[in-house]
Design a protein around this ligand. Structure first.
Ligand code: ADP
Ligand code: MG
Length: 260
């Protein structure tokens, strides 16, 4: 296992002293205590390789949404550091973070059409009309929303709303896209369809995904990398294969085993 110089060539664990180009996200010692004293996220560390489909999984109340809301800057963190592409964004305002968030309940603007919903963020960023039109058209085509652009959100099915919510985040071309249980309210058949859509999109886009779910089998179908959380802590952050074959803790073993 040594090369001609005698140096160890086995893969080494990256340390945070050396900048690592291919990490989209690094989370170091992230802690969130809500004003009422609830310790929701307790000194967690994980990192995500650029371009990966990362699934953040754990039981209800373990701190998944709190983690996402911290990453995007929706809530201030109590302690710790968030680095995006090597840049410390812990205290940066949301609009400077280059991170998109898709909520479970979509949060589309009810009074705007599909097209206006998708264009809204670009307009707010001051993107010129011509470029806005081009980017909206591109994403509408990619998400196969062409027939729906004139509709109001109330005229859409759950799956269609989800595609609009995704398009609205994606059109801003974030480096990191966070998805908080985006298929939670859909029936099984629609979930499977949307999973395929998400995997296709992830292949087509130059974006790193962090996808939150409490569904172990869904995690297995989607993930390159899995971060398992329990009670505010990260139990394991690893490839799918290693999480399933070499669970780091009894919790991971039991939680992952549930799906079999
Ligand atoms: P998950 O998304 O994994 O279900 P959350 O991040 O929503 O978990 O919640 C983690 C913990 O923080 C839970 O105990 C929850 O009750 C608590 N919590 C979430 N939001 C707040 C808040 N705004 N104020 C106080 N406690 C909160
Ligand atoms: Mg949640």
């Amino acid at each position: 296992d040594t090369d001609h110089s005698g140096a160890d060539v086995s893969p080494t664990e990256p340390t945070l002293d050396e900048p690592i180009d291919d990490l989209a996200l690094e989370v170091c010692g992230l802690t969130k205590i809500y004003p009422d004293g609830t310790l929701a996220v307790d000194d967690i560390d994980f990192s995500i390789t650029d371009g990966d489909f990362c699934v953040l999984i754990g039981p209800s109340g373990c701190g998944k949404s709190t983690t996402l809301h911290s990453l995007v800057g929706k809530i201030p963190v109590t302690e710790g550091e968030i680095r995006l592409g090597g840049k410390n964004v812990t205290d940066a305002p949301t609009y400077e973070r280059d991170i998109g968030l898709v909520f479970q309940d979509f949060q589309l603007f009810p009074h705007l059409t599909v097209e206006e919903n998708i264009a809204y963020g670009l307009e707010r960023l001051g993107v010129e009309k011509d470029e806005r039109t081009t980017r909206v058209n591109d994403i509408v085509e990619m998400m196969r929303l062409g027939d729906l652009i004139e509709r109001q959100p109330e005229e859409l099915s759950a799956g269609q709303k989800q595609r609009v919510a995704l398009a609205r985040s994606m059109v801003l071309e974030p480096r990191l896209l966070l998805l908080d249980e985006p298929l939670g309210d859909m029936d099984y058949k629609l979930q499977k369809h949307m999973e395929r859509e998400l995997l296709r999109l992830h292949r087509e886009l130059d974006t790193t995904f962090v996808y939150v779910t409490h569904d172990q089998t869904q995690a297995m179908r989607l993930a390159d990398q899995i971060v398992v959380m329990n009670d505010g802590k990260v139990e394991q952050s690893d490839t799918v294969e290693r999480v399933y074959n070499e669970p780091a803790t009894a919790f991971v073993s039991a939680f992952v085993g549930d799906s079999n």
